[in-house]
Design a protein around this ligand. Structure first.
Ligand code: NAD
Length: 320
């Protein structure tokens, strides 16, 4: 059933939409991603009031023009739009549906945009309650990482009603460069988890093949050149090579720092695995990827970029 609601994705160009009356934005979760996203909304002329339990996050956001609130209820009071980007399923459900949450306190007619990465069942639980309360809700997870958040180049994958997607565009365009309407509620999360599972699998496969070829004596640069000009070419080989020093802008070339943390890859693969289990879709490669990135994490490298997996494989090969 779920698959039917998400069968088509539409990409929308970045042309400007005239914003209607949506000027007052409540922003929940001013962390690595949210801090920059809220700042970009301020730059585009929105009045942004933020809430985060971390005082440090609130004071960093204040320097970028985000006014602070002491609770979710205070942040959403009088808001036209709520944007959130929060850590987990539970935090998102509590923030929206809890006793002191968004749905109970936000004005009727407002639009709620959740950009957290969560199980598709989370938006599917919030959507009917929000609709019943007279507010619109869309799931709008993002791709592009902290750099994308900083430079307003994120890609948004949206699930929910098309009218609500259209209404969200002025805000999404202030924070990102690409915006896809993927289908009904939860469809954005399905697209996001599918993308990240494939990214995890191709990253792992690239690390494995580069390691094998190098151990067999090939010049790493020559091997990468071959892959990038042959049928194995991918984002992992072109942009995100896991071998240090071959792609200067890849996290591997700066000691695997400042990329997409291994612990976030594990989180997304676990969400994808649970989604696949729910519909009994076989994901043999996704399952192997989940286990391998978990091992990286258990060895203490969860904060490193997920391409660190290359170092793990290299170490195993060296043991022989
Ligand atoms: P983060 O931990 O840096 O930020 C999360 C923030 O939420 C923290 O500041 C925390 O204090 C705050 N928070 C916790 N509970 C809250 C509540 N009830 N109300 C308001 N704020 C609350 O995490 P992040 O890296 O910014 O990631 C946020 C989300 O974005 C996650 O779902 C993650 O999977 C997703 N994401 C992250 C990246 C990335 O590269 N970091 C990329 C794409 C998607």
């Amino acid at each position: 059933m779920a698959a039917r609601t998400i069968s088509r994705c539409f990409v929308v160009s970045t042309r400007s939409y005239s914003s209607k009356a949506d000027k007052n934005v409540a922003f929940l979760g001013l962390g690595n991603m949210g801090g920059y996203m809220a700042a970009n909304l301020v730059k585009k002329g929105f009045n942004v009031r933020g809430y985060d339990p971390s005082k440090d996050a609130l004071s960093a956001a204040a320097k970028n023009g985000v006014s602070g609130a002491t609770s979710i209820a205070a942040a959403v009071d009088g808001a036209d739009v709520v944007v959130s980007i929060l850590p987990s399923n539970k935090v998102v459900l509590d923030a929206y549906l809890g006793q002191d949450g968004v749905v109970k306190h936000v004005p009727k007619g407002s639009l709620l945009i959740d950009s957290s990465t969560v199980d598709p069942n989370v938006p599917k639980q919030i959507f009917p309650v929000a609709t019943e309360s007279g507010v619109a809700f869309i799931d709008a997870p993002v791709s592009g990482g902290v750099m994308g958040a900083q430079n307003a180049t994120l890609a948004f994958m949206v699930g929910g009603n098309k009218d609500d997607f259209d209404r969200s565009l002025p805000m999404l365009q202030a924070m990102g460069a690409k915006h896809f309407h993927c289908g009904g509620s939860g469809a954005g999360q399905v697209a996001k988890l599918s993308n990240n599972m494939l990214m995890g699998i191709t990253g792992m496969a690239t690390a494995e093949c580069m390691n094998m070829g190098i151990k067999m004596g090939l010049d790493p640069k020559v091997l990468l050149d071959v892959l990038n000009n042959s049928s194995a070419r991918s984002w992992s080989t072109e942009v995100y090579c896991p071998v240090p020093g071959l792609v200067p802008t890849a996290p591997s070339s700066r000691d695997y720092d400042g990329g997409f943390k291994n612990e976030l890859m594990v989180k997304d693969l676990e969400l994808a695995s649970s989604m696949a289990l729910g519909i009994r879709s076989p994901i043999p490669l996704g399952a192997v990827a989940t286990q391998l990135y978990r091992i990286v994490q258990s060895r203490g490298y969860g904060q490193k970029d997920f391409s660190f997996i290359y170092q793990l494989l290299k170490e195993e090969a060296t043991k022989k």
